[in-house]
Design a binder for this molecule. Structure first.
Ligand SMILES: Nc1ncnc2c1ncn2[C@@H]1O[C@H](COP(=O)(O)OP(=O)(O)O)[C@@H](O)[C@H]1O
Ligand SMILES: [Mg+2]
Length: 389
């Protein structure tokens, strides 16, 4: 470690690239330990700006901004993948502790490199091919090298489903995305699961129970997330083991969220990973012994990892901007939602709402996943995020 100061000393400097909702929730977790969290992002008006006074305005994609910010830190981590890894590598060479490892981050940032990594490490993942252009995909179709239906993903451009196109037949070819891409075989998905695993520099690992994701088909965003997943103990154990195998293959410290497909043959495949707190772990704040945010801090600071045990079944719903509204956010039905038993409201404080923008989330804890799901449906039916200007 570049500093002799202990991570729990008030002078210790932990820096995070990114000040969105994940940065905000990391700062809230750090606050319990009275650990200041230093954040770099474009504007103090972003979600983390409200909860940490140590906010530096700058661009986390810019070499100089990241290097200058990181130089003042003891440990540097991220809440978003799309950061300047050149600067992180230089900081690491100069003795700073950087988690996740910038070389692994470069692999994860590129969906093509990620797929090659799983192939090389023998980690099960959907069969794929890489292409440089949209025209090359069309040529491969003509030559019979790929077949409908398939899933095309931009190597670097996308997130939250925006860089993913499902191409069912020649009539949906107009949906092809431009630029370098991965073409994957369409998996016959039974369930989409996510397993969050933490690893620290001492090599300790801790894995959370699998969660089951239900997607909003229009926005292709997770809208309903259930823990525990309704899978057999055998599949649960395999999913947790696969997440551990994956984090160990990357050799990462911090959190790794592993998105998995359970196919109709009962096979588990790794879809993609995120080396940071993840939407599929928000429920842990209210339903597990240790939240994913505290766990990420423990992991990057090489502290003992917390228990991942579930206290209560839960359902997490993203609170998305309603369709047809863009402008200063207004929340309809908040008070009725707060009256729902076991409902924990998390608002991110984003000034502007847009259709499907993640404005907050709610976790409903209950005696069973079914009871939590019924109340989550009530939340979705009650709360509307709109704009009247
Ligand atoms: N090979 C595949 N077969 C079937 N569905 C897929 C496949 N790859 C992705 N999807 C669907 O598209 C969604 C988004 O893909 P993903 O690679 O996770 O991109 P993002 O970065 O947008 O989350 C997945 O959650 C899944 O629903
Ligand atoms: Mg995904």
């Amino acid at each position: 470690m570049s500093s002799k100061v202990s991570p729990l000393h008030p002078d210790f400097k932990l820096g995070v690239l990114g000040g969105g909702q994940l940065g905000k929730m990391l700062a809230l977790a750090a606050g319990n330990w009275h650990l200041p969290l230093y954040v770099l992002d474009a504007s103090r008006s972003f979600p983390a700006g409200r909860v940490t006074p140590f906010f530096t305005e700058g661009n986390f994609k810019d070499y100089d901004d990241v290097y200058r910010f990181g130089s003042q830190m003891d440990v540097i981590t991220i809440e978003i993948e799309h950061v300047n890894t050149e600067a992180l590598r230089r900081l690491q060479e100069e003795g700073k502790v950087v988690h996740p490892n910038p070389d692994m981050l470069d692999i994860i940032k590129d969906k093509g490199a990620q797929k090659l990594f799983y192939q090389e490490k023998g980690i099960p993942s959907a069969p794929f091919q890489l292409f440089e252009t949209e025209e090359a995909v069309i040529a491969a179709l003509g030559a019979g090298q790929i077949h409908y239906p398939f899933v095309q993903k931009s190597r670097t451009a996308g997130y939250d489903g925006r860089g993913v196109s499902v191409v069912k037949d020649e009539y949906s070819l107009e949906k092809l995305l431009p630029g370098a891409c991965v073409v994957e075989e369409m998996v016959d998905i039974d369930k989409e699961l996510a397993v969050i695993v933490a690893r620290n520099a001492s090599g300790q690992v801790a894995v959370y129970p699998a969660v089951e994701m239900a997607f909003n088909p229009e926005a292709n965003l997770v809208e309903f997330l259930v823990c525990p997943a309704s899978i057999s103990p055998d599949v649960e154990q395999q999913a947790e083991a696969l997440a551990i195998e994956t984090v160990e293959a990357y050799g990462l410290c911090g959190l790794l969220a592993v998105e998995l497909f359970l196919d109709k043959n009962g096979m588990l495949l790794v879809n993609e990973v995120a080396p940071r707190p993840h939407n599929s772990g928000h429920h842990t704040i209210d339903s597990c012994y240790t939240s994913q945010f505290e766990q990420h801090l423990r992991a990057v600071l090489n502290l003992p990892l917390g228990s991942t045990r579930m206290k209560n079944p839960s359902v997490m719903v993203n609170l998305l901007g309603a369709e047809g509204f863009e402008g200063p956010a207004e929340y309809e039905g908040l008070e009725e939602c707060l009256a729902i038993e076991g409902m924990h409201l998390h608002l991110y404080g984003k000034a502007i709402t847009k259709p499907y923008r993640k404005m907050g989330h709610a976790t409903i804890v209950a005696e069973s996943a079914e009871a939590a799901a019924a109340r989550a449906r009530k939340v979705l039916a009650t709360l509307r995020i709109i704009s009247n200007s």
